[in-house]
Design a protein around this ligand. Sequence first.
Ligand code: S3P
Length: 469
Amino acid sequence: MAKLVVYPQNQPLFGKVSVPSDKSIGHRALLFASLCEGTSIIKRFSYGEDNVSTANAMRAMGVVIDDVDEAGSPRTGQSPERPNSPNNNEGELRVHGKGLFGLKAPTAKLDCGNSGTTMRLLAGILAGQHFASTLIGDASLSRRPMMRVVGPLRSRGAIIDGNPHPTKAHDLLPPLRIGARKEGSFLSGLDYDSPVASAQVKSAILLSGLYSRDATLFTEPELSRDHTERMMYALGVPLRSIGSYLVLDPANWNGVMPAFDIEIPGDPSAAAFLVAAAQIVPGSRVAVSGVGTNPTRTGLFSVLQSMGGGIEIAPQGDQAGEPVGEITSWSSELRSTGGICGDIIARAIDEIPIACALAARASGTTTVRDAAELRVKESDRIATMVSVLRAFGVACKETRDGLDIEGTSAKLLPATIDSRGDHRIAMTAVVLALLGQGPSTITDCGCIATSFPGFVATLRALGARIDVS
Ligand code: S3P
């Protein structure tokens, strides 16, 4: 497991960089391309481990995915894993779609690795298949709650089960075992009011809706990221939305999605770490180009603005129905915001750990609330952030659904942090360590490769001193 030693950053961070392409959009592009008719081209596909898990699962169900080399020649059958490739480990894929009903029974369990998105979205697709399948994951994913997708999928007739949850009687854990549907049978219609704002739940339900002849109605408490909806609109799926209320009515639809070409924008969730690092290291100025700026993903940037942070987003047009921009971030005197809560949580769900790092540098107390979902991410991110902040000497208090953080302008204590295998915790700790009085050590950092394989190289390119062992 990689260990990082991060040195105090006495020089500004400076430069213009790019980040890996959006992991959420990458998963969806692969899934939809597999279910389309014909060959789709996915440019700037990120070989982060989570996206690779989705690619491998689709391959295991007979989808041919060519990894195209720099000269444009297909390398059929090659695993899309090129850890040392340039361009933030990105490449071009050609996905030979099978149509909605062309997937084949996998001969082994489908391994979703660390990726909750792979498991939950695939559950929606597999619920409608005429073959049985089993979805497994790594130790972290095997602790994550699955009733949120199993429940609504069952209520539309899916045959799906998991393992009992050791402490929550009504929940289930992976593996997910999904039964074969009878030939010629379809899932029933569904009217589902989700108790949780979750794009994974929403997407699983919408994908399962492709295997029903009746309408799928879905609503959630706040609008979560809407990449699935945007892709469905682009592919002619009969979906309509008003706010977070969705209706997929296939009554007059022929069930054919055409192949498409897509270039995936940069991941705002990866950019967030660089944007934050530039805020808190005095004198810094960092630009990140080609980043997705879909409003359902930019909550952190809104939070930063309300803290008085220097940030500018220059629009760079649209890619694949998603807005893209260049984000410039410069170091600023931050002040605590009124609170990070309400609908901003869904728009910043993956960025709350790095928002906590910003709060550690903002004058006053920052409160985070309505964020209980953080407890069921790759780690319990409320508990983990509390221990990370305390290790760096930042005062904070844990609450049921968030935390209170006392900002400080003092140098932070050098710390030894165990990432607990959570990529966003590891990267947040690296950013905080830039403010240390001395070198800090972050252990168990192999997980960073799930979403941002080039993270250390990118920070070094901006001027950070980090040793890897
Ligand atoms: C994701 C949705 C979010 C997010 C995750 C990616 C997606 O999860 O935290 O990293 O791609 O749909 P939830 O839907 O569980 O909030």
